[in-house]
Design a protein around this ligand. Structure first.
Ligand code: GDP
Ligand code: IMO
Ligand code: MG
Length: 431
């Protein structure tokens, strides 16, 4: 029995959706445990693309999909996503989609505060997705949030909205020069959503616990990436939740002993959307090549992703922070055609070599990457399904990654499609 967490090791968009969709075939349950619709997870099956923002990426494999207590949910977006999946022939009902009673809901004022506060920051803005994620987690921490269990109880919901809205309107009007919101219209709109989502709302901690007891296999689907983690990322240029593997337990209501492995998703180069330090970022034609060939546009906001070389300082950090037991290397096909590849093995700061990620953003921003060079390959590797058939220089690149992260590669992805994959060792397959 294996219960595996899938984690982004960089700054998000590593290809978590593709790997979760692929491995979900061997799982019984797929659980999202943090983040919200700031995530955009892409799956490509038989040439058809699906992007999920809240519904776990196990849905196409017809597995039980659970949205855990650690997730923040925009009910309107969730309902739209359910409808869009249904229109594409995916069956969704309270039998295969369940939402934690303890998950917090994203309210209209969270979205408005997110957008308005970003625009007041000017140069210092974080470049959030504008989905209200930060303000919703702020309310959760300050105990002003609204949980699903209260959202689906009309009386409690009304009481909570009326008690919190005066403060939100004060901030919106007086501090952010935005418009105030009307309690009655929020209550009317959200009651309509609540009625539709009530049947999906359950005590999912108990459901997961019982599944574990009966020997079912579980995939925990991380969102964002290790360096967007609120504690361990490039703060303040981070998201508002813990994105590391430890939160898979807390954000879904189980204990840490249930987790048997952690697969770190590593894009074969590095990308980042939004602001914040990125030591190996490229501003030349190689960066443009990666951006164009990799179609590096955000799956949620459509923004161009910044691109750069693979960075071992952040990947070693991810291996330690997440207890990685295996790696899935994605988008390796994109590097084909680059004559010389570079891997950053450390940073230079004030004439000294730094091997561990500095906490200070000021210091990190002043770090210069130290590179090791490797020969690239010209071949199109997207049709290869057996590791041995990869070009020698491609295998050398993969071997070097394994050596530097001290973690074995389990999966190599050579294209967006579910089948465009080389599986070396399936962490969920029962032998
Ligand atoms: P996630 O947020 O980690 O799930 O990643 P995204 O879906 O935001 O971004 C990854 C993008 O790369 C998507 O457009 C995927 O379809 C695509 N993708 C995933 N794996 C591969 C791969 O191996 N090769 C190529 N060319 N594209 C890939
Ligand atoms: P997936 O799951 C990439 C980034 C935003 C911004 C910062 C804070 O698809 O990998 P937020 O809206 O969370 O307050 O924004 O975090 N960000 C992501 N970047 N992939 C994601 O998710 C992201 N989710 C948030 O661009 O820099
Ligand atoms: Mg994404």
């Amino acid at each position: 029995m294996a219960n595996i967490v899938i984690i982004g090791t960089q700054w998000g968009d590593e290809g978590k959706g593709k790997v979760v969709d692929l491995l979900a075939e061997y799982a019984d349950l797929v659980v999202r445990f943090q983040g919200g619709n700031n995530a955009g997870h892409t799956m490509v099956v038989n040439g058809k693309q699906f992007i999920s923002h809240i519904v776990p990426s196990g849905i196409l494999q017809n597995k039980i999909c659970i949205i855990g207590n650690g997730v923040v949910i925009d009910p309107k977006v969730l309902l739209e996503e359910i409808e869009s999946l249904k229109s594409k022939g995916v069956s969704i009902s309270p039998e295969n989609l369940m939402i934690s009673e303890n998950a917090h809901i994203i309210m209209p004022y969270h979205k408005n505060i997110d957008l308005a506060s970003e625009s007041t920051k000017g140069e210092n803005k974080i470049g959030t997705t504008g989905r209200g994620i930060g303000p919703c987690y702020e309310d959760k921490a300050s105990r002003k949030g609204i949980r699903f269990v209260d959202f689906i109880d009309p009386e409690v919901f009304k009481e909570k909205v009326c008690s919190v809205l005066p403060e939100k309107n004060f901030i919106l009007e007086k501090y952010l020069s935005d418009k105030a919101l009307d309690a009655d219209s929020i209550i009317k709109e959200y009651s309509f959503y609540a009625k539709q989502l009530a049947p999906f709302t359950k005590n999912v901690s108990v459901i997961i616990f019982n599944a574990l007891k009966s020997g079912k296999q579980i995939l925990f689907e991380g969102a964002q990436g290790t360096h967007l983690d609120i504690d361990h990322g490039t703060y303040p240029f981070v998201t508002s939740s813990n994105t590391v593997s430890g939160n898979a337990a807390c954000g879904s209501g189980i204990g840490p002993k249930a987790i048997t492995g952690v697969i770190g998703i590593v894009k074969a180069y590095t990308t980042r959307v939004g602001a914040g330090p990125f030591p190996t970022e490229l501003f030349d034609e190689t960066g443009d090549y990666m951006q164009k060939k990799g179609a590096e546009f955000g799956a949620t906001t459509g923004r161009k992703r910044r691109c750069g070389w693979l960075d071992m300082v952040i990947l070693r950090n991810a291996a330690r922070l997440n207890s990685l037991t295996g790696l899935a290397i994605t988008k390796l096909d994109v590097l084909g055609g680059i004559k010389t590849l570079k891997i950053c093995t450390g940073y230079e700061y004030n004439g000294k070599i730094i091997e561990d990620m500095p906490a200070s953003i000021k210091l990190l921003s002043a770090c210069k990457p130290v590179y090791e060079e490797m020969p690239g390959w010209d071949e199109d590797i997207s049709g290869i399904r057996i590791y041995e058939n990869l070009p020698e220089t491609t295998k050398q690149y993969l071997k070097r990654i394994e050596e530097l992260i001290e973690t074995p590669i389990n999966i190599v992805s050579v294209g967006p499609g579910r089948d465009e994959t080389i599986v070396i060792n399936n962490p969920l397959k029962k032998s």
